[in-house]
Write a protein that binds this ligand. Structure first.
Ligand code: NAD
Length: 484
């Protein structure tokens, strides 16, 4: 059944005023239409922002146990409906079902975590220099926050932004990404059942250049939390700076894995491939460069290519799917174009590099290039597909230099048994997330998450770190009324 998604503004479900809608097909079977979603206008986006503004005073004045209760209810409702939503997510954007189920479980954990956040300390007391004044700091909400999210984690990312925003007393206008707007609609339907007062959460679907830009430039929006590409992130930041409002950006990566000569080779091969190929390389923390010490390059290359060739491209609804399609036709052609340019420019294509025969979807074979030039497109640009480049390094120092020689700094990993080398890596890796003998992809919901360099605006998300973005600090000094 084709789904007619709606937007959620001021507690009401609406279509698009202009009647304009976009269709989503199943990326693993382009003959199946999943549904369509409205393309909101600037006026509709403004209406959502104004609704959030009107809802703000009552929501921020609501005692935290009441806000917490609503988030607990949202967690329970999501928990009860997680299989259905996971299947929809897989059908809409091709995430293998096991990973979609994992994302839903994480969504439930995120809601539960932030439901409890209201009772944790929100300020500090300082000794006043006159010995009489009560000097303390307190956290207050920003106001209306705009939340702009990408398609690749269409449940977890909106929740890890919205749940803290809400528990700290902000109201929300959320824009899901175009390729996951129907999953966004289904998530919003579940959140509605939790009983948020009208206007507290609003969801506006549509074109980023219209809806997104409207959110970033509206005078009633006091904070913008964005996850997505660097090109769009830059626009969001410029619009926020122009108005002097707080913003947070989490963006792309070109994540390296170093394989040292002393590594457990089997483990390094398995986890590097998993980080590069699962969900077709469409995680911001996916490994796209594997930097291997020269002496083991031939053995490592042979093992990883052999294993990549054994990966079966399959329907992402199959329980054991390892590699499904990429999300859209545009992504599919961009990835293949990048692979084609790299091969033409002399990179050595070891396996994959094309769409498989006989598939009715946006599939790309697991692709590995050998002896990649670190300064080339493959070595520098985020390709966001099932494409891995092997870069040889003379020694660990050289490997560290290569790992850091990109503009991004999201996640980095090393495989080694040598504690001295591991410590050196931790000290010099220019990445917000560091993994030792683990894959670059994957983060815990309660630990800080974010990148260095151009991967982030240097704030952090998830866990306790979220309080830093979604609140402002006030410092209060209460002195005695008289000097007695
Ligand atoms: P994108 O930048 O194309 O879109 C992200 C969101 O921005 C969408 O909702 C889009 O509609 C909106 N948008 C587009 N133009 C806009 C504008 N002018 N103003 C405001 N909003 C606008 O990114 P995407 O393709 O959805 O996601 C993939 C990217 O996201 C990759 O670069 C990936 O690395 C990154 N990502 C980063 C993280 C992280 O936490 N660092 C996590 C997931 C994805």
């Amino acid at each position: 059944m084709s789904i007619e998604a709606k937007q959620y503004i001021n507690g009401e479900w609406t279509g698009s005023a202009s009647g304009q809608r976009a269709t989503r097909e199943n990326p693993s079977n382009i003959n199946e239409t999943i549904g369509n979603y409205p393309l909101a206008s600037a006026e509709e986006t403004n209406a959502a922002i104004e609704a959030a503004h009107r809802a703000l005073p009552a929501w921020k004045a609501m005692p935290w146990p009441a806000r917490s209760e609503i988030l607990h209810r949202a967690a329970n409702i999501l928990d009860e409906n997680k299989e259905e939503l996971a299947r929809l997510m897989t059908r809409e954007m091709g995430k293998p079902i096991a990973e979609a189920r994992g994302e839903l479980k994480r969504g439930v954990v995120l809601l539960r975590y932030y439901a409890g956040e209201g009772m944790r300390p929100s300020g500090e007391v300082f000794p006043a220099s006159d010995g009489k004044t009560l000097l303390y700091s307190n956290r207050i909400p920003l106001g209306v926050v705009g939340i702009i999210t990408p398609w690749n984690f269409p449940v977890a990312i909106p929740l890890w932004k919205m749940a803290p925003a809400l528990i700290y007393g902000n109201t929300v206008v959320w824009k899901p990404a175009e390729p996951s707007s129907i999953t966004g609609f289904a998530l919003m339907q579940l959140l509605e059942k939790a009983g948020f007062p009208k206007g507290v959460i609003n969801m506006v679907a549509g074109n980023g250049a219209i809806v997104g830009q409207c959110i970033t430039s509206h005078p009633l929006v006091h904070g913008i939390s964005f996850t997505g590409s660097n090109d769009v992130g830059r626009k969001v930041a410029l619009a926020a700076v122009e108005r002097g409002v707080k913003y947070q950006l989490e963006m792309g990566g070109k994540n390296p894995t170093i394989v040292a000569a002393d590594a457990d080779m089997r483990k390094a091969v398995d986890l590097t491939l998993s980080a590069a190929m699962r969900f077709a390389g469409q995680k911001c923390t996916a490994t796209s460069r594997v930097i291997v010490e020269e002496s083991i390059v031939p053995a490592f290359t042979e093992m990883i290519v052999e294993k990549a060739r054994s990966i079966k491209l399959s329907d992402p609804l199959e329980d054991d799917c390892y590699l499904g399609p990429v999300v859209t036709q545009t992504q599919h052609s961009n990835i293949l174009a990048s692979v084609g340019r790299s091969a033409k420019n002399g990179a050595s294509l070891l396996t994959g590099g094309k769409a498989p025969d006989g598939k009715q979807g946006y599939f790309i074979e697991p692709t590995i290039f050998g002896r990649v030039d670190p300064s080339s497109e493959l070595g520098q640009r985020e390709i966001f597909g099932p494409v891995l480049g092997i870069i040889p390094a003379r020694n660990l120092e050289h490997a560290l230099e290569l790992a850091n020689d990109v503009k991004f700094g999201l996640s980095a990993a090393i495989f080694s048994r040598d504690i001295s080398r591991i410590l050196k890596f931790i000290k010099s890796a220019e990445a917000g997330m560091i993994k030792i003998n683990g894959e670059t992809a994957g983060v815990e919901p309660h630990a800080p998450f974010g990148g260095l360099k151009q991967s982030s605006s240097h704030s952090r998300e998830q866990g306790r770190a979220a309080i830093e973005f979604f609140t402002s600090i006030q410092t209060i000094a209460i002195s005695p009324a008289d000097d007695q």
